[in-house]
Design a binder for this molecule. Sequence first.
Ligand SMILES: [Zn+2]
Length: 176
Amino acid sequence: METLSVRCNHCGAPLEVGADTRFVTCQFCSSTLEVKRTDNSVFTREVAKIAENTGRMAESLEVIQLQNEIQQLDREWGIAEAGRMVHGRTGPRTPGNPVFGLAFTLFFAVVCFLMASGFASSGAGIFTIVPVGMGVFALITGVMGMIRGEERKSAETDYQQRRAELVQRLDALRKE
Ligand SMILES: [Zn+2]
């Protein structure tokens, strides 16, 4: 059988390989070697090393992809927030507790309706409609504000959850 003389790419030991052999294990250092042939030379390459490099490259690609996803998510959230700001939809008008905001709205509406019944009993006629309208408007605004506040809150929770998940995956990759 025709053999070729090559050197182990890892330890430099001389090796004899068959003419058609593609893979060989070095008997001195146990490296797995691929036998490469060009027109005028034969040499070996360590197979384990190639696989390692490929794995590392795939990993860093995944890191870049995750970083991009996080950036994209932040950008989308920023745009959504800016949109809410422009339309004055940052949630309930009273900062902090939305329940307090709604309670105030209800109180205001009740005052309006009491005023309306006062107007009605003193014979204000058509003007009774003014406090009624104010009360109804306050109720609608308050409820809409609360719904928008809830919508924003759930959107924010969703955004933060997705972000945390991506960050976690990124951390896991970097620790390896
Ligand atoms: Zn070797």
